[in-house]
Design a protein around this ligand. Sequence first.
Ligand code: DGT
Ligand code: CA
Ligand code: CA
Ligand code: ZN
Length: 580
Amino acid sequence: MRDPLETPIRMTNKQIAAIFYEVADLLEIKSVTFKPVAYRRAAHVIETLQEDITSINERGKLEDIPGVGIHIAAKIREIIGTGKLAYLEKLKKEIPKGVLELAEIEGIGPKKALILSRQLGITNKEELKEAAKAQKIRDLPGFGEKSEKNILLSIQTMKGTGRRFLLGDILPVAEKIKRRLADLPQTQQISLAGSIRRRKETIGDVDILAASAEPEKIMTEFCTLPEIDRILGKGPTKSSIVLTSGVQVDLRVVDKDQYWTALQYFTGSKAHNIAMRRRALDRNWRLNEYGVTDLFTGKKLHGQTEQDLYRMLDLRYIEPEMREDRGEIEAAINGTLPEIVPYDAVKGDLHVHSSWSGGKHTIKELAEAAKAYGYEYIAICDHAWNPQTPHGLDEGAIAKQQKEIEQANRDLDGIVVLTGIECSIDTEGNLDIGNKLLGDLDVVVASVHSGLNMPKSGMTKRVLAALHNDRVDILGHPTGRIIQQRDPVQLDLPAVFDAAAELGVALEINAFPARLDLSDTNCKMAREHGARFSIGSDAHTRDNLGFMELGIATARRGWLEDKDIINTLHLQDLLMVLES
Ligand code: DGT
Ligand code: CA
Ligand code: CA
Ligand code: ZN
């Protein structure tokens, strides 16, 4: 218990807004009309205020805030004075425990959750499952046999315990399943949704959304896919399966006229959706997967695409990769949303290993594959030799490889092979190849490969020293992390990003599925420091060149534009950047 004489904790605008949002949610559960909208609007205004609300209160100007009337002003004063709101505490007591948890289950929502709790005393998922199995739910008001089945399906198909999969491992399978379902004549529209559509680096489960007037055929096809291990649940409009790889795939089928809002909803992220929903509520609209409803007239607003929805909310269209509530909505309002790099903007791969240092394919084979991707150039960056990298190239081998690349360029049309190397940065920050030879190569990638446990100051010094070497063009996989296997090295990232920006060294986005290094959030931060980037597949085989897509996805999630990325440049412009 806090001493009542103690001065109360100074509440932030965000904390006060959070209290009002909670009040709104609880009122909604109680089916109170209009009040939730008022509380949400006030919460939203408070959250976005420039000035500290306690100082506004000290000036006696709370009522001047739009959306804040006498009643809400009194509540704000109470919160500022006591750190809490009695009204909220009272609401919490009225709503039984577990209702919020039930409301989260797909297809239930706050109203049904309250009925389940009041009438059957259900407070958790397990009790709900038992009740559904015992057919106790179908007779409740507002329920029925169909919704009882749906509830059971929702519980059975809830995502398992937290195992996540690499985007690069799952995306090709997911695309394949999508294409197969898209080929059915019953499928009117189809898209990946959820985290896989946002191209998050790891995926909890795969979400697919389709529009159809005849969902049965699509469900049957889905539940008989060759990749299936087991079916978790099969319903008329939603089914969940587990593939032999262990990943769960959810398919939902909706009516054509709900597809636009359903796609937006099921793409997420949840945090982005909550912000979108609030923005709709500011206009007195309810936004959910079923559509947009005007709360005063009860009428549905019409639209066809996600673009329509963003336009309705006076926002520029936000690409799925940016929907993480990391400031994209604010940027879409104030016109600072970046024009993120399109998937077809990359003109070449700047990090490819050949059979010269442990890769599978010859330079010529790689170049031909790169040409098939539509690239203008490809840089062969095999490992340099050092005692830890015995398969790497020494100076003699590099000279021989240069000859082979010259020959390849004479033999090949429509693609240029650049000479390059991936050097290791030793613990002192030195490279394993002399500067004279590095000067002959088009692309020099420098990477930390060993001594990964150095303390932050030493590691930062080491990397900064490499950046200061004017032969270095690209800092390879800058943090060394391996997703789910190895933490990033200890590095003063702002210092590294500033130095890279100043010295004109590009930061690599290594597109290898388990690396994706720099990560999305680090890209965003580095861009704010003015750094430039290079996306490289780190391919060790011809097929690995396809990883580029994952690197571009990471760049897009990091808000990068074409101009931030050196390998969106045509060859001549790229060579100028590399030479400077
Ligand atoms: P994951 O599967 O963990 O990698 O992440 P997501 O984002 O795919 O999440 P998932 O599969 O649970 O749900 C798919 C989308 O459905 C999610 O991105 C947003 C939407 N969604 C799910 N639950 C809620 C919710 O409670 N509220 C809102 N607003 N949206 C939700
Ligand atoms: Ca998912
Ligand atoms: Ca899911
Ligand atoms: Zn490397």
